[in-house]
Design a protein around this ligand. Structure first.
Ligand SMILES: *[C@@H]1O[C@H](CO)[C@@H](O)[C@H](O)[C@H]1NC(C)=O
Ligand SMILES: *[C@@H]1O[C@H](CO)[C@@H](O)[C@H](O)[C@H]1NC(C)=O
Ligand SMILES: *[C@@H]1O[C@H](CO)[C@@H](O)[C@H](O)[C@H]1NC(C)=O
Ligand SMILES: *[C@@H]1O[C@H](CO)[C@@H](O)[C@H](O)[C@H]1NC(C)=O
Ligand SMILES: *[C@@H]1O[C@H](CO)[C@@H](O)[C@H](O)[C@H]1NC(C)=O
Length: 354
């Protein structure tokens, strides 16, 4: 991940130009003054239009089709404005060190929509937005638990109901190792419009937060020339959009942009920072009083050797920087099985494999 910063400068430069045109000289004939005023006016109008176009483009929120896309009502259409930090709304801020479980492979299974038999007894559930029925989310919520809803925000998945809504031009290369997935042009207004619908859907299903995956296409061969700035802008867009519905937002991996978006997101969902010795990077979240939900996939899970487990559960060596992280040990397929630090007990949440 790169540490060099390429600030987005266009807005700043456009905004600073009018200062230099204000230097009028005394003693000029009237016609020259009038001409100068005219020139200033033309420049100012030009800048205004240019700036307006720039902001509209940056928004990815121009609602140009007018197709009634289920936009959230009454928000003055400022949703998705990259530059508006909505982190001061009352969205749920999970606590550092909170316990959690993540299952993406299957929907979880509850007897009669009751959480009585649900194991493990953790307070936060990160589950697939689409695969789980709304009754599951409601049961968890009624039991005082919080639901984080997972969806892919940066990749096209050929099996989703809305897969046909994406334009071919917005699809890039396939994701290495993930059949049926392609990188998305996250700067495309059409893609953002679809994501707005998904975020609304998450709200309709009662999610407390979103876990938008695959936002870090710029760190992969994506075929779309995605940049770090694209990712920063996109995460801000997703977060501001979620905040419109009183949902918080997680940053999935994407260690290279933490300092750029930390004020916009409420937690980290991290895979394998211990395996790759990069937990120090993610500890910036802990310093900001935001949890890091860390997943490790030891190769032999569910048979985890005691040495593998003690490495994961330590805070030194490869695990340096992982102090206070909310760690789960999982199989790569993210099924119901989970193991935690501090206990030898393992759990298998009941899932619906049908
Ligand atoms: C959030 O911040 C903005 C700008 O500082 C302010 O206008 C707004 O009232 C704040 N909203 C809340 C809910 O605190
Ligand atoms: C937003 O969510 C928070 C935390 O879940 C809750 O306390 C608050 O009442 C919600 N606000 C609104 C306006 O629904
Ligand atoms: C689950 O945990 C909560 C919070 O720690 C506790 O109040 C509750 O009694 C636990 N439920 C069971 C079935 O152990
Ligand atoms: C991605 O979308 C942006 C915004 O519409 C556009 O400027 C850019 O050219 C697109 N990139 C590709 C590779 O199509
Ligand atoms: C909200 O944003 C402000 C300014 O960007 C930052 O100072 C503050 O720490 C942020 N608050 C949270 C809860 O992230």
């Amino acid at each position: 991940m790169s540490t060099t910063e390429v600030g987005s400068t266009t807005g700043v430069m456009a905004g600073s130009k009018p200062v230099t045109t204000g230097t009028t000289k005394a003693g000029w004939p009237l016609w020259k003054k009038l001409t100068l005023v005219g020139v200033i006016l033309i420049v100012a109008i030009g800048l205004g239009v240019g700036l307006g176009v720039g902001l509209t483009r940056g928004n990815g929120d121009d609602d140009d089709s007018g197709s009634g896309d289920g936009d959230n009502s009454g928000d003055g259409d400022n949703s998705g404005d990259d530059d508006t930090n909505t982190n001061n709304t009352s969205v749920w801020q999970p606590a550092v060190g909170a316990s959690w479980q993540i299952i993406l492979k299957y929907p979880i299974s509850l007897d009669d929509d009751s959480t009585d038999g649900l194991a493990p007894n953790v307070s936060i559930w990160d589950l697939d937005l689409y695969d789980n029925d709304i009754s599951i989310f409601k049961a968890l919520s009624d039991a005082g638990k919080h639901v984080i809803c997972y969806f892919s925000a940066g990749s096209w998945e050929d099996w989703r109901d809305d897969a046909g809504d994406f334009a071919d031009a917005d699809l890039g290369k396939g994701l290495d190792g993930w059949e049926g997935e392609k990188w998305l042009n996250i700067s495309s207004p059409a893609v953002r419009k679809i994501m707005k619908k998904r975020i609304k859907y998450a709200s309709d299903k009662g999610c407390n937060a979103i876990d938008p995956d695959n936002v870090d296409g710029y760190q992969n061969e994506n075929g779309l020339s995605l940049t770090k700035e694209d990712t920063i802008s996109y995460v801000k867009f997703l977060s501001n959009e979620a905040a419109q519905y009183n949902m918080s937002t997680g940053l999935k991996n994407a260690g290279g942009i933490i300092s750029d978006v930390l004020d916009y997101v409420h937690f980290s969902v991290n895979e394998q920072c211990i395996e790759y010795s990069e937990c120090e990077t993610f500890s910036a979240f802990i310093d900001a009083d935001k949890p890091v939900f860390n997943i490790e996939y030891p190769s032999k899970a569910p048979k985890v050797s005691s040495s593998a487990k003690s490495e994961i559960c330590s805070t030194s060596g490869n695990a340096a920087g992982s102090n206070k992280f909310s760690k789960v040990i999982k199989k790569m397929i993210l099924d119901g099985w989970v193991e935690y630090c501090g206990t030898t007990k393992t759990y298998t949440t009941e899932v619906d494999k049908s």
